[in-house]
Design a protein around this ligand. Sequence first.
Ligand code: ANZ
Ligand code: ZN
Length: 871
Amino acid sequence: NERYNAREAEIRWQQTWDTQKIFQTQNDDPRPKYYVLEMFPYPSGRIHMGHVRNYTMGDVVARYKRAKGFNVLHPMGWDAFGMPAENAAMQNNVHPKDWTYENIATMRAQLQLMGLSLDWDREFATCDVDYYHRQQMLFLDFVDKGLAYRKNAKVNWDPVDQTVLANEQVIDGKGWRSGAEVEQRELTQWFFKITDFAEDLLAEIDNLDRWPDKVRLMQRNWIGKSEGLQVRFELTTPAINGDTEIEIFTTRPDTLFGASFMGLSADHPLTKALAETNPALQAFVEECHKQGTSAAEVETAEKIGFDTGLTVKHPLDPTIILPVYVANFILMDYGTGAIFACPAHDQRDLDFARKYNLTVTPVVLPKDEDAATFDVGTEAYTGEGTIFNSEFLDGMSITDAKDTVATKLETVTLDGKPQAERKTQYRLRDWGISRQRYWGCPIPMVHCDGCGVVAEKVENLPIKLPDDINFDKPGNPLDRHPTWRDCSCPKCGKAARRETDTMDTFVDSSWYYARFTAPWEDTPTDKKAVDEWLPVDQYIGGVEHAILHLLYSRFFARAMKATGHMTVKEPFRGLFTQGMVVHETYKGEDGRWVAPMEITIQDQDGNRTAKHNETGESIAIGSIEKMSKSKKNTVDPTDIIESFGADTARWFMLSDSPPERDVIWTEAGAEGAHRFVQRIWRLTVETSEFLGKTPLNKPDAFSDEANALRKLTHKSLVSVESNIEQLGFNRSVAQIYQLVNHIASAAKKDKLDKDPSLAWALDESMQLLVLMSAPMMPHLAEECWIQLGKEGLVSTQGWPKADASLLVEDEITLPIQINGKKRGEITVAADADKATIEKAVLASEPVIKALDGKAPRKVIVVPKRIVNVVV
Ligand code: ANZ
Ligand code: ZN
């Protein structure tokens, strides 16, 4: 028996699919549409196993849906702008563009080896001028609608690299590359007005019922809606900087009587005004600015404060006077940048109060605590309870107290206005998209001395990135380019300068799914096509993109709707987040990481030891970790495809774990998958030899064995189908393993010679096996199809229909009870009548034993349920 040469066959089939263009999708097609999309890759250099897993899953869905009669859109592209290309340029003196397109070429070739049913005619990279040209058109439309705007914002500034850093690029307050202390600077930046959609983005999460719950929760938390009260506190001193009051935002007005101090952000206007005449405060503000800007950093930094000497009156009891501090844990861009602090019930306030010896008055009494003795200690109490120490609020629940305070302060007036106002706050901030980088989409705006900031004319687009740039100095090469910045003002025609900021790469990935629907269009979308295809029916990718990428895409859909580029506002109907690919780690005697390829593992009765292939040293087998270059525990997909073929890699990726969980890549597992590929091939060759290639006539009656084979086959078909529908690929795989075992036991020459009905059933089983495993192992399926003498390509066959008559269970198993206790089981025909069941039960072993020769007192048969014998 010749072995299946996967490599040879796979390349042959890939060529066939390609020349017949069977995965090319037309937009106007009467069939129902299905859009399946995997998160497109960043062209980092080579594909990794995570890509293999992601794209295999998408491909199974695409192939299956195609077989089910859908017009399937399954495109691929490249998320191609970003920092690594510039880093490569600086380190290896290669142009970011060359680096990127070379990586794309390598990775495209690697992906093509996987046999993915992609429409490569729709491929694009986000760094293609053609793509970013349309992104610039969108930007201008957003500016027009007020969805893109410019404002001052605090940024992390790296004084050595002379660049703005993203929050993730600041580590322990230092620039990730330069190691220099990062400064907070105010810079004018471009923003997208995502906050306009905060409520809608939040509300629509309820309808995303085909998204994982954890992702929906993360989206909700990120948007962070808080309902609270904005309250004005009157200063006891004359006006400062024209102000006679401080306005705060609180979500806990019920705790007002527990207030111990007021807190101002270091960037609060009042702080700024006071600092002008107070050098100590000025120094404190500068100290605060050394801290990172991210909320996480603010949260974890040690709480420090500065007593301004100012005091305010308590809004509910003017006899209570509170001191005003500037504190480092108060953000200027949330609420009003000022708070009242209630240390007993807020941890940050408590840490602060303990440090500066401020009063701590509990006002919420937990159930089972005594008002006289309750003390919060070092842990603020944030749970439920009854209000106490709070005058007229005493005895109320938190909810009632909140409402009572709000209602009361709404009616009190201060300076002719209500002292408080109910207010909804969102944590979500507008999206700052300015990057001082070269390798990104240029922002198509112009700075004119006469006219200010002016939008470039759409007919002057694209604003192309210059090719002749220098990375000899830190900072943005566009700023230093000798001529690129020069332009004429679109409004007055005088000499002007281009904006040199480029867009955050998250912008590029926020609408690529829409572009795929008509990537050839001169406009960003073809309205008809995009409305036809969107939403994406199944989106698949890593959970690391669960927040920003998805939120930005949801914003973009809404903004594109507002600017007339599409009608659908939720881009992804179904979302699936796959688990990671993990692998054992290995270390040499000197503690260095060693790659799986460098070692050989021996397994003696489960006791595994490893040796280095070259040095012979013994290798320590370590924990199982996410595949990463730093730990050397990666396996190169191309190596696997070269030794085993793509179908093996695909099959193994789907087989072991549920797709949402991590899958452990093991050499033994890959070999096992490969053996299974070979087994199917052997079975195909054998059955085709036994059966010949001429079609057999369907027999009028089937033997028991033939019937059993047919039943399992049709049951498997239904199970594989419903599991693919639910993305439970591992269950589909398990079902196919079971079916193949059964087929192998039937595919015996001696049996087939005697039983022509079994021969027909076997032929049917093989045919259905091939069709149902094709989404997972498409090349093998094509090869087997030919070997079985079938016509056409598997890839263009419809999904087979199971024979319903074979799906009904014709036998059922009933429990036997004797005097009400279960004593055994009996299997009878599903349609057996009471008399037949009773006869069979009385002849069964446990009943004979229990009766011991006597007659039963009573036999109760509940058909299809249970039999009870009373002795
Ligand atoms: C008094 C209070 C008492 C508060 C208490 C909490 C507990 P969320 O739920 O996240 O919206 N806060 C308001 N503005 C702030 C800012 N700019 N920087 C830092 N903290 C700020 O949080 C709202 C709560 O966070 C507000 O309610 C306020 O403290 C604080 F027992 O007011 B609270
Ligand atoms: Zn001008």
